[in-house]
Write a protein that binds this ligand. Structure first.
Ligand SMILES: Cc1cc2nc3c(=O)[nH]c(=O)nc-3n(C[C@H](O)[C@H](O)[C@H](O)COP(=O)(O)O)c2cc1C
Length: 188
């Protein structure tokens, strides 16, 4: 059985992003039934309907992003919380991938969300705003376990690696559940 290809999309553009550090940790914990690749979203121009359609060629970065996401069986999101919602960069990536109308690259791809913050609330607001878009984008989202990682800065050592055993065990359980979710829900 070949591994299912999973795009890892990180909602932070920051070099020292906690979300990126956790993404690497989760990738390392993933079972061999998943093959995960981080897909960057920082170069995507803000979505503007004037930039495509009616004979207008869309920005190359949009086309490359759409073509790349099409290659994957599922999408794993890591999101910070900005003002109790998802960062604009992540929402923009969703919007870019969702157009032209009727050609969304997200459709049907099984997803999961890890929300990460140094704060106390586990970025719940971002996690659930993302889920709201997933409904319309027709992406079946893993329900349990939910992954709200609060106090994230304290869970990493000076080397940027996870140094908390119970969080590691939880993230292993999470990525194994996602692997099973992908097996059940990915298009054959
Ligand atoms: C514009 C802005 C809004 C923020 N709003 C929230 C928030 O609503 N909730 C929260 O927990 N943290 C909030 N933060 C703090 C982020 O959680 C923190 O910067 C975090 O490190 C971002 O994730 P990253 O490390 O992956 O870049 C906000 C940060 C910024 C820049």
């Amino acid at each position: 059985m070949s591994a299912k290809k999973i795009a890892v999309v990180i909602g932070s553009l920051r070099k020292d992003s906690l979300n990126r550090k956790f993404a690497h940790e989760v990738i390392a914990l993933a079972p061999s039934s998943l093959s995960l690749d981080i897909i960057e979203i920082g170069e995507l121009a803000m979505y503007n309907e004037d930039l495509e359609g009616n004979g207008v060629t869309p920005p190359q970065a949009w086309t490359q992003f759409r073509d790349r996401i099409k290659e994957f069986d599922g999408v794993l999101f890591f999101t910070p919380e900005y003002n109790r919602s998802t960062p604009a960069a992540l929402k923009n990536a969703l919007d870019v991938g969702s157009r032209p109308y009727g050609s969304s690259v997200w459709s049907g791809k099984p997803a999961a969300i890890v929300s990460i913050t140094p704060g106390a609330t586990g970025a719940f607001g971002a996690n659930h705003h993302l889920r709201q878009s997933m409904v319309f984008l027709d992406m079946p989202v893993l329900q349990q376990p939910e992954a709200y990682i609060g106090g994230a800065a304290n869970l990493l050592g000076p080397d940027g690696k996870l140094n908390n055993d119970s969080t590691k065990q939880f993230l292993k359980k999470f990525i194994d559940a996602y692997a099973a979710w992908v097996e059940t829900n990915a298009k054959k």
